[in-house]
Design a protein around this ligand. Structure first.
Ligand code: PLP
Length: 376
């Protein structure tokens, strides 16, 4: 067998982002058992730091085993009883995934559709919830398929007035932008390890408000999923009883990824992401490209979605960037297939140096593609 020798890549797509060296080092440390006092101590550290990153005091704040989709499924499956009305703000790929998961739980899904890249104003969001009177409301705070940020205060206020719980997808915001779970009023938020926290994929941070937890304790219909049943998971995280064998190496990684964020200071980290996002936008506009999300205030700081110039084949551009410079960026899909580049500035990847590298590579690849196609 040849030695394992992965290519050297600069990961500048929508995730995974670059893993911090301190995180890699943590993953090589000896593992301990899942009930070892040291493991429980690491979990305690993670819970405490996750609360800071999420902006919450929620006691039930845990790393779910699995990628961001496991957090999404845990949120949807635990809080959607068969027949429950689930109102989804549908403006991108991941709200479609939320829709699919809610339907699989027997939810009666109603959708407020918008073109991918647009966001919802306070009044229209509130009207939708007052009209539909759902039991659950779901929206994507940071929509990775479009680059759009959705504010949630009006959604949460209207949902709570209607007696509904709010699920927010924070997969692409945690660690790179303020999530503000408590200040926004979000009841259930989930994220991932492989973007703003500079870890490999494999854990999905999730937090549940006391209000949502009280609802869950009274839930009458049985939970269909055993693995993602939050009440069972609580017997491990709080009760220290066996549920499943959590990946200790991934816990070490997440602990160090979060420690990096806390040591930098969350405010300083968000400001770094904001500053680099603005520098990226200025530079890409200077290159003659336009951002897909028109309003600057609705743009993510972690994921940029400049539009592909007319006549350029984004797949060829991206292929050349990977082959020649070892840089990964991704393109659009669904409604935005062929229309946008998706470039991440997340966690430790969000640096001025990386912006220069990715833009230089993008410019050269677009020139090469234009010449090859005889358009130059
Ligand atoms: N939600 C959003 C907004 C995402 O960007 C992603 C993945 O990129 C997911 C959910 C699913 O996460 P994962 O691919 O880690 O399962």
């Amino acid at each position: 067998m040849n030695p394992l020798n992965p290519p050297k890549r600069l990961l500048m797509g929508p995730g995974p982002s670059m893993v911090a060296p301190r995180v890699y080092a943590a993953m090589a440390k000896p593992i301990v058992g899942y009930l070892d006092p040291y493991c429980l101590e690491i979990i305690g550290d993670i819970q405490q730091m996750l609360r800071v990153a999420f902006g919450t005091k929620n006691e039930f704040t845990i790393p779910v085993s699995g990628t961001g989709s496991a957090g999404m499924e845990a949120a949807v499956a635990n809080f959607t009883e068969p027949g429950a009305k689930v109102a989804v703000f549908a403006n991108g790929f991941f709200s479609d995934r939320l829709t699919e998961m809610a339907r699989r739980q027997g939810g009666n899904v109603v959708r407020f559709e918008k073109p991918w890249g647009e966001v919802y104003g306070d009044a229209e969001a509130g009207d939708f919830i007052r009209r539909e009177k759902p039991q659950v409301v779901a929206y994507v705070q940071a929509e990775t398929s479009t680059g759009a940020f959705q504010g949630g205060k009006a959604i949460c206020q209207a949902a709570h007035d209607a007696g509904a719980l709010v699920i927010a997808d924070c997969v692409t915001s945690l660690g790179g932008m303020p999530v503000e779970v408590d200040a926004t009023g979000i009841d259930i938020a989930y994220s991932c390890s492989q973007k703003g926290l500079s870890c490999p994929p494999g854990l999905s941070p999730l937090t549940v408000s006391p209000r949502a937890w009280a609802w869950l304790e009274k839930r009458s219909a049985p939970m269909q999923s055993w693995y993602l049943d939050l009440r069972l998971l609580d017997t491990y995280f709080r009760g220290h009883k066996y549920h499943h064998t959590i990946s200790i190496s991934l816990l070490y990684a997440l602990r160090e990824g979060l420690a990096l964020a806390i040591e930098e200071g969350m405010e300083a980290r968000w400001e770094r992401h904001r500053r680099n996002h603005l520098a990226f936008v200025a530079a890409i506009e200077k290159m003659g490209l336009r951002m897909h999300v028109a309003e600057p205030k609705n743009r993510l700081w972690t994921l940029q979605s400049p539009r592909v110039p007319a006549g350029v084949d984004d797949t060829k551009v991206r292929k050349r960037m990977l082959e020649v410079d070892g840089i990964e960026i991704l393109g659009g899909f669904g409604q935005l297939a062929g229309q946008v580049f998706r470039i991440g500035l997340m966690g430790s990847s969000s640096t001025e140096e990386n912006i220069a590298l990715v833009l230089d590579s993008l410019q050269k690849a677009m020139q090469a593609e234009t010449v090859a196609a005889g358009k130059g």
